[in-house]
Design a protein. Structure first.
Length: 639
């Protein structure tokens, strides 16, 4: 097309040139003479023709462009038509395939109808058979799974099945030692209120003792009813001393009851528990559930100064309210510890046990007239556990006003039981426990406190509950205990712990109607009755005395110091230690631990010996090291 346009253009140019040449010859013959006037030179015929040709060329280019656009659109339409033809062809093929499938389906349907009959009874029977097969398959799968579980339990049982009851044995075997700077004559449990003063024979001698007596056995029995879960639990160790127990050769020690209780946990949230168990005053790690007690990680079986606990008879009722709140109350065994003080009137509040009544004749038991009452509420959060509790206690003694008078007072010439009477009083206290878990429960920080009157028995140092007035009635001692705890579960194998606690008993003393006639610094002054009296003579606490013949035979034993009437004001203890597990798995736990404790016993100010620079408040200090090597049964884990 472009070549054709060019040929036409050349022909037009040639025609125009010829015409111009012809017209030029005639004009020269007829051209007039020149004049001097200036005129605008008109366009020549060639210029006019060239302009006309340019305009035509431009129009031709526009027409060519439009032609090219139309040609492209035509080509695109041809491609779409080809694609559409292909799609139509595929649709024809699909329709043919579908028609063939429909014919085949119709034939199969007719064949199936011929088999199942017009009423479909065959299909119904088939469906029934399939459902039965499914049920049988499910039952077989369940039985296979149950059989596999039973096989695993037989190979590695967590519990022992006995007549529908799950029996879970537990406990550990222990090899333990204790090394004390000052001897107290004790095994791996420390009598903190018996730490000797430096001047005594025991205060200048250390002791190293070793035993396996803290080894423990336990058994948990559980049975499930539609409306409740029933439990029974038994736990014992060998930290008891029989009348013939010793470390001389066979080291034979009797079994000691730690816990024995029965429980019904109802689906409604109520739990009833009765027997010997940890007191409800003890801190718990979760709710108020038995076996979740927050026991210090110490090797020392007396735990740590400031820890609130008892293991004794109790009957408790606990109600779970939701998943975070519990309330509970318990009735527990009561005992009055040795009444503290000096120059006390003639009273009695306990007696040696009656062997015929199955009490030890070498131990004393209180004349209790009512049990201890404890109430507690516990609240659980995602990051901590918190408790508040109260203890109610009841005391009594028998007073003999005409009995023997205190030393230093004019003696009654004819002591008698005339005028004897019974005195009663009540006391108690309140406490809090809090435990916060941080860093994905790797670090536990705890704080614990108990304050009140007559609550010394409920803490590890067992300070006295009470003293007496001059008339013989009991005067409860105000006091309390506190404990801070830090437990770091560094790895699944390593636990580190630190505790610091203290217990306090306030002094309570009263002036009697008698004047001291004994020669000494208090001669001529009223005799003070009670606990921690400032007139108590304590100068003898710094002086070692000759031993005395042992009542058990076998040599002499340290004698009791004269003029050492120091009453404990407070006892404090700091403890650090660790547990490392060499192995912890399906075959049990093998672990080792070391504990160090520093304990100090402070006394109330009395009368010392200023001439020899002996202060009036002696104190006892003990540095103690414990070691333990234990194997735990698989179901119980470590402490």
């Amino acid at each position: 097309m472009q070549i054709l346009n060019k040929i036409v253009a050349v022909a037009l140019i040639a025609t125009c040139v010829t015409v111009q040449a012809q017209s030029g010859v005639g004009s020269q013959a007829a051209k007039p003479a020149r004049t001097r006037s200036v005129r605008i030179k008109p366009k020549t015929q060639e210029e006019i023709l060239l302009e006309q040709l340019n305009e035509k060329f431009q129009k031709l280019d526009q027409l060519n462009q439009k032609y090219d656009d139309l040609q492209q659109k035509f080509d695109a339409m041809e491609k779409k038509m080809a694609s559409r033809d292909a799609e139509l062809e595929q649709a024809r093929k699909d329709a043919a395939t579908a028609q063939a499938a429909a014919v085949d389906a119709k034939q199969k349907l007719e064949a199936t109808q011929a088999v199942i009959g017009p009423d479909g009874s065959t299909v119904t029977n088939l469906r029934t058979d399939v459902a039965a097969l499914k049920e049988t398959s499910t039952s077989l799968s369940s039985k296979v799974e149950t059989t596999e579980q039973k096989t695993k339990q037989l190979e590695h049982p967590d519990t022992i099945r006995f007549k529908g009851i799950d029996l879970t044995p537990g406990g550990f075997l222990a090899a333990e030692t204790v090394n004390r700077q000052r001897a107290i004559g004790g095994d791996v449990n420390t009598q903190f209120n018996g730490i000797p003063f430096a001047g005594s024979t025991a205060g200048v001698l250390s002791e190293f003792n070793a035993s396996g007596r803290q080894s423990r056995i336990s058994l948990l029995a559980e049975g499930k009813l539609p409306s409740a879960r029933l439990r029974g639990y038994f736990e014992a160790d060998f930290l008891a001393a029989g009348t013939t127990s010793n470390d001389n050769q066979s080291n034979s020690y009797p079994l000691r009851l730690r816990q024995a209780w029965a429980q019904a946990e109802l689906n409604s949230g109520w739990t009833l528990t009765g027997g010997q168990m940890w007191s409800l005053a003890t801190e718990y790690r979760y709710g108020l559930a038995n076996l979740s007690e927050a026991i210090p990680l110490t090797i020392d079986a007396q735990y740590n100064v400031g820890y609130t606990w008892e293991r004794q008879y109790g009957f408790r009722v606990v109600k779970r309210i939701g998943n975070r709140f519990w309330i509970g109350g318990s009735v527990e065994e009561a005992q009055t510890l040795n009444i503290g003080g000096h120059n006390l009137p003639t009273i009695t509040y306990q007696q040696p046990g009656n062997a015929g009544g199955l009490y030890s004749p070498t131990s004393n038991y209180s004349f209790n007239y009512a049990p201890d009452l404890i109430a507690k509420a516990a609240y659980e959060t995602n990051w901590g556990h918190f408790e508040v509790f109260g203890i109610g206690r009841f005391f009594r003694d028998r007073v003999f006003p005409n009995g023997p008078t205190p030393p230093g007072a004019p003696q009654n010439p004819t002591p008698s039981v005339l005028g004897a009477f019974t005195s009663k009083t009540q006391g108690g206290g309140a406490g809090v426990n809090g435990r916060v878990s941080l860093f994905s429960k790797k670090l536990d920080i705890g704080a614990h406190a108990l304050v009140g009157n007559g609550i010394g028995r409920y803490s590890s140092a067992t300070l006295p509950d009470t003293t007496a007035h001059p008339d013989g009635s009991l005067a409860l001692l105000t006091g309390g205990s506190a404990l801070g705890s830090l437990e770091w579960h560094a790895t699944p194998r390593l636990d580190l712990y630190a505790y610091y606690g203290g217990e306090y008993a306030k002094r309570a003393w009263y002036a009697s109607p008698f004047i001291n006639s004994t020669v000494g610094p208090t001669q001529g002054q009223p005799i003070l009755v009670g606990y921690g009296a400032p007139t108590n003579i304590v100068s003898g606490c710094y002086t070692e005395v000759l031993p005395v013949t042992s009542p058990n035979g076998g040599g002499d034993v340290p004698g009791s110091a004269a003029n050492c009437n120091a009453d404990t004001r407070n006892i404090q203890e700091g403890t650090v230690g660790y547990w490392f597990r060499f192995y912890r798995g399906s075959h049990g736990t093998l672990q080792q631990g070391i504990q160090y404790s520093y304990a100090v016993r402070h006394t109330w100010q009395g009368i010392g010996d200023p001439n020899n620079n002996l202060p009036g408040s002696p104190k006892g200090i003990d540095n103690m090291w414990f070691t333990s090597f234990r194997y735990y049964l698989p179901t119980t884990g470590s402490k």
